[in-house]
Design a protein around this ligand. Structure first.
Ligand SMILES: [Zn+2]
Length: 133
């Protein structure tokens, strides 16, 4: 059986290959739309800046992770989710790879847990002095 990590690496390699074989001069603001692109639903896109035009369709994008510098793919499908379901601003794009995002998520969870534990701790005996009864 393959581990999730291996599988993810394979999927990533496939995506990168797929992108490299494509016509990357495609302009998402101009028709025609390539068959591998995903159309944008303008009504669902959260758009409040006059400086950003809404594209006609999403195309898979390559980017470098801000934290570890590896090449990642932000797929058209993920973009559609981000802009239309999660209502991410058009100005925002993916900046971190899967692994680095998970790392941050884990750190945040650990911190939350720590805060909860601190809150549960017995209060200092002197605290009673400051409390209104
Ligand atoms: Zn990374």
């Amino acid at each position: 059986m393959k581990s999730g990590k291996q599988r993810r690496a394979e999927i990533k390699a496939k995506r990168l290959k797929r992108i490299s074989e494509r016509d990357n001069t495609v302009n998402p603001f101009k028709h025609p739309m390539p068959e591998w692109a995903i159309p944008v639903n303008k009504d669902e896109v959260h758009h409040h800046s006059m400086f950003f035009d809404i594209p006609l369709f999403y195309v898979d994008k390559e980017f470098l992770c801000r934290d570890c510098g590896t090449t990642e793919v932000w797929t058209a499908k993920q973009q559609k989710w981000w802009y239309e379901i999660a209502k991410g601003d058009l100005e925002t794009t993916a900046v971190r790879c899967h692994a680095c995002r998970n790392k941050i998520k884990a750190e945040k969870t650990a911190q939350k847990q720590h805060m909860a534990e601190v809150a549960k701790r017995k209060s200092h005996p002197n605290d009673a002095f400051f409390k209104k009864s």
